[in-house]
Design a protein around this ligand. Structure first.
Ligand code: ADP
Ligand code: ADP
Length: 218
C-alpha cells in the first residue's frame, strides 16, 4: 500500500504537488493520470525519498522510504531510464544493486533472464536500446521481490511488443497481490492497463475512480 497524505512540493514559485492525498491499494493496477507537468513524477520521487516534501508525507507499507532498512525489498521503481550508469554491463549493474541492498546476487542472473535480457547481459548499458534499458530497469525494480511497484510513464517510446510486455507485466504483478502504481498522460493507455485511477492536474487531486466508471459511455 502507498499512502500519500497532504503531500506538497514547491520549487521556488512553482507548486508542483499541492496538498495531494490518496491511497494506492494492493492487488490491482492503479493508474496515475494527468497531463505533463501535473506533478506525477514529483509525487513518485517523494514516495521514493528522492525528493523531500515541502509538507505532508508519503508512506510505503506504513513507513517512510528513508526509514526502510533495505528499501528495494519493499518498493521497486522504474523511473526515468536516463538515470542509469551507462558504462556498466547489464548483469553487473543488477549485481551491484543487489549487493548494495542486501539481496542475494544470484537473483540478478534470474532476473536478467526473466526480463528477456539473457543474451545481452554482458553488454554495456549504453549499447542497449531503449526497450532493453526499460527491461533492465524492470529487473532492478523486481530484484528485491517488493510488494510495492511504481512505474513512471513506462511505455513511453517503446515499440508495440515492448508496450505489450509492460502491460502484461503490470497485470501479472497485480494478480500476485502486489501494489502497482503506474503513471501516464494518456487516458487510452490507462483504459488498457489500470483497474483504478488517481487523476491529477496542476498538482491537485481531480478524481479517484475505478476505470470502469471512467470509461463507461452511457
Ligand atoms: P509530470 O510527471 O506529471 O509530468 P512533474 O512532476 O515532472 O510532472 O512536474 C510538475 C511540475 O513541477 C512542473 O511544472 C515541473 O516543471 C516542476 N518541476 C519538477 N521538477 C522540478 C525541479 N527539480 N525544479 C523545478 N521545477 C520542477
Ligand atoms: P546508492 O544510494 O549508493 O545509490 P541505493 O541502494 O540507494 O544505493 O541504490 C542503488 C541502485 O538502485 C541505484 O542505481 C538506484 O537508482 C537503484 N534503486 C534504488 N532504489 C530503487 C528502487 N526502489 N527501485 C529500483 N531501483 C532502485
Amino acid at each position: 500500500m502507498i499512502e500519500v497524505r497532504n503531500l506538497t512540493k514547491r520549487y521556488g514559485g512553482t507548486t508542483a504537488v499541492d496538498d495531494l492525498s490518496f491511497t494506492v491499494h494492493s492487488g490491482r493496477v492503479t493508474g496515475f493520470l494527468g497531463p505533463n507537468g501535473a506533478g506525477k513524477s514529483t509525487t513518485m520521487r517523494m514516495v521514493l525519498g528522492l525528493d523531500r516534501p515541502s509538507a505532508g508525507e508519503a508512506l510505503v507499507g506504513g513507513r517512510r522510504y528513508r526509514e526502510l532498512t533495505h528499501p528495494l525489498r519493499h518498493v521497486g521503481a522504474l523511473l526515468d531510464p536516463s538515470a542509469v550508469h551507462l558504462g556498466r554491463r547489464a548483469l553487473d549493474h543488477l549485481r551491484w544493486i543487489a549487493a548494495s541492498n542486501g539481496i542475494d546476487r544470484r537473483r540478478a542472473v534470474e532476473l536478467v533472464e526473466q526480463v528477456g535480457l539473457g543474451g545481452a547481459r554482458d553488454k554495456r548499458i549504453r549499447a542497449l536500446s531503449l526497450g532493453m534499458r526499460q527491461r533492465l530497469g524492470v529487473a532492478a525494480a523486481l530484484l528485491g521481490d517488493p510488494q510495492v511497484l511504481m512505474f513512471d510513464e513506462p511505455v513511453n517510446g517503446l515499440d508495440p511488443e515492448g508496450v505489450r510486455w509492460i502491460r502484461d507485466l503490470l497485470r501479472g504483478l497485480a494478480d500476485e497481490g502486489r501494489t502497482v502504481f503506474v503513471s501516464s498522460h494518456l487516458m487510452s493507455e490507462m483504459a488498457l492497463t489500470a483497474d483504478h485511477v488517481v487523476i491529477v492536474a496542476r498538482g491537485r487531486l481531480v478524481k479517484e475512480t475505478s476505470i470502469g466508471a471512467l470509461t463507461e459511455k452511457g
